[in-house]
Design a protein around this ligand. Structure first.
Ligand code: SAM
Length: 284
């Protein structure tokens, strides 16, 4: 058996399936979890690879430690999506964090990933700092009156339930909920193949944030080259010194991808990615 990813009609990866562990049409999306000889356990939602037990550390460490080590003193964190628990696991490593709110639309993802990918959450769903809410992230931020230092939108791609997480209204509410040094991080796809999504996000952030940028990380099973992690902040852009990042990241315990040098290097954008971070010409 094989799993053929369906994100791009004209091209895509396919995995050998040594065993299908679970497959279900949930209330929100098609969910499959299977085993692959190279990547271990793999989860896909609506035909798109979401996470694998072998390369998840890359994505989760870079989605979390870049913003939380850039923010001077992150205490309140909001995670949108992230039902597999990988983002939460990494956020819990930060002792400055006093409160974590996580809003995931599909309870099945939390339940099944806790069962089939126990190392993703590694017990962090039991962390007393966590408030987990099953809800649409867009609806949550619309009604929320709290403030957060960091918001991480660990969503699926802008097709299906996650589409609302790429719209201006969602970003506007995130901007409202962030503290003065607050940072928003978004899963913004693979620019080589999904460049318009990154441009859309950049343009929709205009007027909402002082800083609009992204950084790149290559995750083997997010095919098509490096993926963009959108980076927006009410504060001017800052790249903490290597020494400061070394000192602060040294308190997080062992990391397998994040290093201060990787943090700095991730913001070194190649020309074709910088060219996507433009306001539409009609905007003047
Ligand atoms: N690492 C993956 C990636 O880069 O594509 C994302 C992983 S995580 C599994 C994505 C999560 O977003 C899923 O659990 C999905 O249920 C959740 N999600 C999708 N739309 C959502 C929404 N509108 N509100 C909250 N969670 C949502």
């Amino acid at each position: 058996m094989r799993f053929q990813e369906s994100l791009y009609p004209a091209w895509g990866q396919n995995f050998g399936q040594t065993r299908v562990l679970f497959e279900q049409q949930t209330d929100h999306q098609h969910l499959i979890i299977f085993e692959n000889e190279l990547f271990g356990r793999v989860m896909a939602l609506d035909g798109v690879t979401q996470t694998t037990s072998r390369d998840e550390f890359i994505y989760h460490e870079m989605m979390v430690h870049v913003p939380l080590l850039t923010h001077p003193h992150p205490q309140r964190v909001l995670i949108i999506g992230g039902g597999d628990g990988g983002i939460l696991r990494e956020v819990c490593k930060h002792q400055t964090v006093e409160h974590i709110t996580q809003v995931e639309i599909d309870a099945s993802v939390v339940e099944l990933c806790t069962q089939f990918f126990p190392n993703h959450s590694a017990g962090s769903f039991e962390d007393p700092r966590l408030t987990l809410t099953i809800n649409d992230g867009a609806a949550f931020v619309h009604d929320c009156q709290d403030q957060f230092d960091v918001i991480i939108a660990d969503s699926t791609d802008p097709i299906g339930p996650a589409e609302v997480l790429f719209e201006t209204d969602f970003y506007r509410h995130c901007a409202r909920l962030l503290t003065p040094s607050g940072i928003l991080i978004t899963q913004n796809g693979v620019p080589f193949l999904q460049g318009q999504e990154l441009t859309n996000t950049y343009q929709r952030w205009r007027g909402l944030f002082e800083t609009r940028s992204c950084y790149l990380t290559t995750v083997p099973t997010y095919v098509g080259g490096p993926m963009a992690m959108g980076f927006a902040s009410h504060a001017p852009f800052s790249l903490p010194s290597i020494e400061s990042l070394r000192s602060r990241s040294g308190t997080l315990g062992p990391l397998n991808y994040y290093t201060p040098a990787a943090h700095h290097g991730a913001f070194g954008l190649p020309g074709y990615v910088s060219a996507l971070l433009v306001d539409s010409p009609t905007d003047g």
